[in-house]
Write a protein that binds this ligand. Structure first.
Ligand code: SF4
Length: 362
């Protein structure tokens, strides 16, 4: 905890902010990919302490927010079945589907349980051999290994009553989608430190050089964030498209090779819909065919799903850094954490939730 408090120490953060003020000469737009970073920036008020030349826009790195509506509706259909125990992280309970959410299914008597680890879902399957146990496996590269560990463990235990409903997504294709858009405003990226802890950052230099956009691998504490912002501005001011590691106490270039090997063994890349954004080619992972017995979409017939998204919600534009939550007509009125219209108002990593909690209009 003492180490952590050093990274929250205002006396260490202030000189870094002063250094940014001395360094910056032009207007720059920088995107932090990760919703956890968005919350930390808003929580500590870093967006208000940066010079006016630096605008932070917020990326799509919130797994709850980008889980496609169709998959949420499939989760609701599966969770409603009497033979199913549906397990999920707590964040997903309030995410609106077309008509309901998992919380309403639970309130109506559905066996929906919050777990803190995918491996807890495996235990529930062991304890309930007469039930089908499904885990809602959502996440980026950060949590993909532990999600897949549940399949590894269920396989080792020869469980026939465990499966996962998968929405696993990858950052590099999302970067391509954002930077390749004709509406793109992003000039530099703060790459998410926890994603890079697993995957390394060997995939990023080719993206940075293709779009001429520098990146700094960045952590989550205030000092980490201002160091990442400083490094990105330094590269921008030099006209460089390098990728630097501003989170070297956790991240290496190669990342966690055994975790990457396990992901490669169990998963294959696939096209994936991102809620509000649309399909991003090869941005998802799905279980390889040899593990399809653990794929809930194959185990249950949930193909006849018709989705209906809120017409007001602009979360897709928020997640691409094109708009801020306060530009949404429903922000704080029709849409609040108690009555969310979009997933970005629900999740603990959602941008709209961060603005609702921390943003002060001047
Ligand atoms: S405030 Fe609500 S309705 Fe508006 S973009 Fe955010 S989640 Fe969607």
């Amino acid at each position: 905890m003492q180490v952590l408090s050093q990274f929250r120490d205002a006396e260490r953060v202030k000189p870094m902010l002063d250094a940014i003020r001395r360094l910056v000469t032009k207007q720059w737009t920088i995107m932090e990919i990760c919703g956890g970073q968005t919350h930390a920036i808003m929580h500590y008020g870093l967006h208000e302490l940066l010079p006016a030349e630096v605008e932070l826009v917020h990326g799509p790195g919130c797994p709850v927010c980008v889980t496609p509506l169709e998959l949420v509706d499939k989760a609701l259909a599966i969770a409603s079945r009497p033979e199913v125990i549906f397990t999920t992280f707590g964040d997903m309970l309030r995410v609106p589907g077309s008509n309901l959410d998992l919380f309403s299914i639970k309130a109506a008597g559905g066996n929906v349980r919050v777990v803190y680890s995918p491996l807890d879902a495996v235990k529930i399957a062991q304890q309930n051999p007469d039930k089908q146990v499904v885990f809602f496996a959502i996440g980026f590269e950060t949590t993909a290994p532990v999600n897949i560990m549940s399949v590894v463990q269920a396989r080792a235990l020869k469980l026939k009553n465990f499966s996962i409903l998968t929405s696993l997504v990858r950052v590099p294709p999302a970067m391509h989608a954002i930077l390749g858009s004709p509406f793109n405003r992003v000039q530099g990226f703060l790459a998410a430190g926890h994603v890079c802890a697993v995957m390394g950052y060997w995939e990023y230099p080719s993206i940075a050089s293709l779009y001429h956009v520098p990146m700094a691998v960045t952590g989550f504490e205030p000092l980490d964030l201002v160091q990442g912002i400083y490094s990105t501005i330094e590269l921008l001011e030099k006209g460089s498209d390098e990728v630097v590691n501003a989170y070297s106490r956790v991240v290496t270039f190669e990342g966690n090779r055994p975790a990457q090997k396990m992901l490669d063994q169990y998963l294959e890349p696939c096209d994936r819909q991102w809620r509000g954004i649309g399909m991003i080619p090869m941005s998802g992972w799905r279980l390889r065919d040899e593990f399809s017995e653990f794929d809930a979409e194959k185990r249950f017939d949930v193909s006849d799903i018709h989705t209906h998204e809120s017409e007001i919600c602009i979360a897709g534009q928020v997640l691409q850094g094109l708009k801020k939550p306060f530009e949404c007509p429903a922000f704080g009125t029709l849409c609040t954490p108690d009555n969310p219209l979009g997933a970005t108002m629900v999740s603990s990593e959602g941008t709209c939730a961060a603005y609702f909690r921390y943003y002060k209009r001047s």
